[in-house]
Design a protein around this ligand. Structure first.
Ligand code: PEP
Length: 258
């Protein structure tokens, strides 16, 4: 089965509205040419409405980096899925390691958020990955499989309703990329888990991205791995020219669609 490639930018806590406008204006003409790749830009909330407005008629999906699973109420500082949909958001990051590690989001929270996003018709990109200590201590698969299983529990959807991103924490923002073989090994194991816990159709439809110091110089080799369907990119996606190069690499590695 052919899965569409996906290249996603995570701006984290960067960019003013003006900077976001310049970036998106430069991105859209290139994005329009990339017909074999799905593209998403996960922005801070302050510029998300503007990015959603600018990308509305383009192939670029406007994405939120965070939200809460309740729709409204006494949750100071949070935004809900209906609020995001109201401004045209199409996709959401769930369980980024910075949310898990810095803000204490646990597997139960990540699972509830994922279900809420899917229920509302938004595409969740669910991040999983281990720390350096967990990897060195042989606990990588316990951690990653636990994170994936927590999300799958009670989730009754087709594989195209969810995207996973394998992001080893030791490779995020460090310049220390997992080797293409390590990325394939982990992502291949995740797909095997999806196959065993669901079925072939589900496992073959779910897209699994790699994230962790992806850049123009290493993206082609990472994208060439059998089970890697794309990238979730922080630092190297902050400059639009660099993100365009990553999109182009994903486009070049994508099988042509009939
Ligand atoms: C990320 O923010 O998800 C990420 C992978 O960051 P970087 O590309 O900078 O490692």
């Amino acid at each position: 089965m052919t899965r569409r490639s996906m290249m996603a930018a995570n701006w984290k806590m960067n960019k003013t509205v003006r900077e976001a406008q310049d970036y998106v204006a430069a991105l859209i003409p290139h994005a329009t040419d990339a017909s074999n790749v799905d593209m998403a830009v996960f922005t801070p909330l302050t510029c998300l409405g503007e990015v959603a407005r600018m990308t509305e008629d383009s192939p670029v999906l406007a994405g939120a980096q965070n939200f809460y699973f309740e729709d409204s109420g006494a949750f100071t500082g949070e935004v809900s899925i209906p609020m995001l949909q109201d401004i045209g958001v199409k996709t959401v990051l769930v369980g980024h390691s910075e949310r898990r590690e810095v803000f204490g989001e646990d597997d139960a929270m990540v699972a509830r958020k994922t279900k809420r996003a899917i229920e509302a018709g938004l595409l969740p990109v669910v991040c999983v990955g281990e720390t350096k200590e967990e990897r060195d201590g042989g606990g990588m698969w316990d951690k990653v499989s636990g994170q994936v299983n927590a999300v799958l529990e009670g989730l009754d959807v087709g594989g195209d309703a969810i995207v996973f991103a394998y992001e080893p924490i030791w490779a995020i923002g460090t310049g220390d990329t997992a080797s293409p073989e390590d990325a394939q090994d982990a992502i291949g194991q995740i797909r095997k888990l999806l196959r065993e816990s669901r079925d072939d159709a589900f496992a073959d439809a779910v897209r699994i991205l790699y994230g962790g110091s992806v850049k123009p110089g290493n993206v082609a080799e990472i994208m060439s791995q059998e089970d890697v369907d794309g990238g979730l990119v922080g630092g190297a996606a902050l400059e639009v020219d660099s993100f365009v190069e990553l999109i182009q690499a994903a486009e070049d590695s994508a099988p042509d669609e009939e």
